[in-house]
Design a protein around this ligand. Structure first.
Ligand code: HEC
Length: 241
């Protein structure tokens, strides 16, 4: 966490927070809305597509992991409002030549996103209550039905760890799954269960992963075999009839 460390360490925490309060215009009236902050964080094309933040369920890797950036400082007792100030400042004053787009969110939205990051960065456990439901990827419960042994199951476009649907149905025999990857994170599609263990190639944004297997009737799992992705939610059920 380059920017943050260089800012905090030399000044000392107290001085840094005073400086940050001055630049980030705290004293802003409204209480931050963490649900709005989380929804914006995981929304399509925003923070989560480039940053890992475990509690938000994002695995972006084009920018630093915000758990690693802020978790240790929060654990050391640095105030959440100070961290939120740093995040908010980064949103509005991105370093020159950074790939991070400036002013992706502004005003109260920026304060909400910053407050959410400061509330959860590096924190164990899971979001609870309304926060747990916020920003979930849209995953369809309607099965994708294979046609001629072929089914298309795109990855979630936002970078969330999900396919667009939870269920696939196919007839027995040769089954091929195609996974277009519109997300900013590398994924593949794989099939396992009942003696079957096939993995398609891992592809980046714009690529399509493909996996084929000879399947007897029964239940199988389709998933992404990139480490952590299946556990994060990138799996579903493939029923062969
Ligand atoms: C297109 C990718 C991209 C998006 C989208 C993006 N960032 Fe970043 N972010 C980066 C990169 C790359 C850096 C590394 C530092 C730099 O280049 O300034 C960074 C740095 C940061 C930092 C500083 C962390 C550190 O360790 O210094 C914070 C905080 C941050 N981003 C928060 C956010 C938030 C909040 C959003 C959403 C509003 C967001 N980012 C959206 C790519 C992105």
């Amino acid at each position: 966490m380059r920017a943050f460390r260089t800012l905090i360490r030399p000044l000392g925490v107290a001085a840094a927070s005073a400086a940050l309060l001055a630049v980030s215009g705290c004293g802003a009236s409204e209480e931050p809305d963490l649900v709005n902050g989380k929804e914006l964080f995981v929304g399509k094309g925003t923070c989560g597509s480039c940053h890992t933040l475990a509690r938000a369920g994002t695995k972006g890797n084009r920018g630093p992991s915000l758990d690693e950036s802020f978790g240790p400082a929060l654990d050391d007792g640095l105030g959440k409002s100070t961290v939120a100030g740093v995040v908010e400042q980064q949103i509005s004053e991105v370093r020159r030549n950074s790939t991070m787009p400036e002013d992706l969110v502004t005003g109260q939205d920026a304060r909400d996103v910053a407050a959410y990051v400061a509330a959860v960065a590096g924190q164990p456990g899971e979001d609870t209550g309304v926060l747990a439901l916020a920003g979930r990827p849209e995953v369809s419960d309607k099965p994708v039905v294979a046609d001629g042994g072929q089914a298309e199951i795109p990855a979630d476009p936002s970078g969330a760890l999900a396919f667009v649907a939870r269920f696939i149905e196919a007839d027995g025999g040769q089954v091929t799954l195609n996974m277009p990857n519109p997300s900013p994170i590398d994924h593949n599609v794989a099939i396992k269960g009942a003696g079957v263990d096939e993995k398609g190639p891992v592809v980046g944004n714009g690529g399509t992963s493909e996996v084929s297997a000879e399947l007897e009737p029964g239940k199988y799992v389709f998933y992404c075999s990139v480490p952590g992705h299946e556990e994060g939610g990138m799996r579903g059920e493939l029923t062969v009839e």
